[in-house]
Write a new protein. Structure first.
Length: 273
């Protein structure tokens, strides 16, 4: 039953949800994970405690325990981020092979071919979620952290995943989406977006020319299962000065090839060289 008048009830309710089963420590620990999920750049213990309204001692103990189990990790700046183990729990698996493991050769090939950072991600709710990345070789690195969430309607991976998804599943997600205009050229209505998805299905790839963050471009392709349904996407991202709209079009065959490689690996098939 709910802990009426408990210390849990007095904490930041945006960050912590009382499950109602007398498990306040578990509820707070899950709240810590959810909070870190909203901050892919990471948070220090003090910032985490302040945002959640919890004691430093409790946050320290929870983060240390989660780190031991691999659910969070601490970087050189002593900031905690969502760990690879937690991200691995939400990814597709086929024949006991996780998506990120199957896609890694294609990611490395794609980054090697383009010089840019290559990423793989999935849809989580009505947002995209970055699962893994390979950092590019450019002197100035341009990549997205694991655990970062991103809008579907502004991103190349979001577009290709929705474009190659079964109608019923796509409809359920579209009903949840908010078509916020981040830039004057951002797609702002469902009707516009559905027309965009038709084009993406026809060409087999999608682009984002600064639709969310100006100067941030990306191009992506779907990762398909054995039935031809999108389970994820892989993409490259870079500054518009390096990854121009013209260059993205020239790289589209490379992007489709990388998608085919990852799809074949995930489905357990071989692909011609």
């Amino acid at each position: 039953m709910p802990l009426k008048g408990s210390k849990l009830e007095k904490t930041n309710q945006r960050s912590i949800t009382d499950s109602g089963f007398s498990t306040p420590s578990l509820d707070r620990a899950l709240g810590v994970l959810e909070c870190l999920g909203r901050h892919p750049e990471g948070l220090g213990i003090s910032d985490l405690a302040t945002e959640m309204g919890l004691s430093l001692n409790f946050v320290y103990r929870v983060t240390q325990s989660l780190a031991v189990h691999g659910y969070v990790h601490r970087d050189g700046d002593k900031r905690f981020r969502v760990g690879a183990k937690l991200l691995s729990l939400c990814q597709p698996v086929t024949d006991d092979v996780p998506l990120t493991e199957a896609a890694m050769p294609a990611l490395r090939w794609l980054s090697g071919q383009t010089g840019e950072a290559a990423h793989v991600g999935i849809i989580a709710g009505a947002e995209g979620l970055v699962l893994e990345r390979v950092i590019g070789r450019a002197l100035i690195k341009f990549y997205v952290e694991r655990g970062t969430r991103f809008p579907l309607h502004t991103s190349a991976p979001g577009k290709v995943m929705l474009a190659f998804m079964p109608d019923e599943e796509r409809e359920a997600i579209l009903r949840q989406m908010k078509f916020e205009r981040f830039q004057p050229w951002t797609i702002g209505t469902r009707g516009e977006f559905e027309k965009c998805l038709e084009r993406v299905r026809a060409q087999g790839f999608a682009v984002d020319a600064g639709e969310h963050l100006e100067g941030h471009h990306c191009i992506g392709a779907p990762i398909l299962d054995a039935q031809g349904v999108a389970v994820a996407s892989l993409w490259i991202t870079g500054p518009s000065q390096r990854l121009s709209e013209d260059l993205m079009m020239k790289l589209s065959p490379t992007m489709r090839r990388a998608g085919e490689m990852a799809s074949a690996a995930f489905a357990g098939k071989s692909i011609a060289g």
